[in-house]
Design a protein around this ligand. Sequence first.
Ligand SMILES: [Zn+2]
Length: 360
Amino acid sequence: MGFKEEITMKELTICQRCILPRSYKAVRFNEDGICSLCRDHASRAKKEQAELKERAVQLEKIVAGVKNTEGPYDCIVPVSGGWDSAYAAWVMRREFKLHILGLNVDNGYRTPLALTNLEKISRNLEMDIVTLKLNANLLHRLYGHFFRTCGYFCTVCNAVGYLTAGSFVAYESKRLKRKIPVIGGWSKKYEFQPGLSTLSMKAFDSILRLDEDLYHELRNNPLVKPSIFDAFMSLKDVRQGGTDHGILQLPDYMDWDYRRIAKVLKVEVGMEEPGIDREHHYDCFLHPLQQYLKYRKFGFDQESIRCSVLIRENRMTRDEALRRIDKVQKTEPPVLQEVLKQWNMTREDVNWEADWERLW
Ligand SMILES: [Zn+2]
């Protein structure tokens, strides 16, 4: 098949507007090759705008309630060294003038870029940062257990991150005798992946229970508060279910404009501007492997979903999105061999054919 035919074939299998593939189960296509998300966009966008206005008022109230709190800081912002969390920190520090404490979870796979960024965030936003690190032995066994059982491991990082951070916040709230708000930078609109998401805490709980020792070791870990463990484990999506636990995701409360974010972080925090490459999540060494596993399972990864949202909002051209999604990790990245060794397993131990519906 020649290059031109290949392009034509590809065009036929994706939405004519937003590039989502026909194989994507969460959307339906009409006879013109337009996906349901594109068809419903106008009405959904209108509703979203109205919600955002209401939420902006709520945010002002929350900020007013904690500003100049007696004590060392007003709120906690989890930072990974990536873009979204850095921007959440910038907004809280510079726009709302809050004193913030940064909270970083070391999953053992932070990249040099993430560490450099954390240094810049700390310096340029006058921010103290606490790093939480679960012992690497337990962490590796957790990753291994999930990779063996369901051919995926990112759910470990998500769960451990929220469990340790949530526990830290609970202990701090007790110490400072007030409820400390946690302001995150996770964007449901851009990052949630219907049909591809594998980060349910309920599913994490049931798979973890398959190894009783591991389950109890995590629940009784000094960085994990058992009451937080039990509360979070019953949530489907801890990233969205957090408001009851004092976790607010800033992108739910304001326009999350990536062009502005890039500009602000470059000029005011000194972070490097992201290019066309897929460095959006390059705060983690395992990111290429995560991409590859999703590509292997679905034929595309979450970058397609993210780009499709940006196209619908006229924040990315279709051509740019096509160039971007073409860079998906299609072959086994070298980091696979490295982690298999660390997690004490072989390629054959991985459950490559696992049903990921179980993970959600
Ligand atoms: Zn579409």
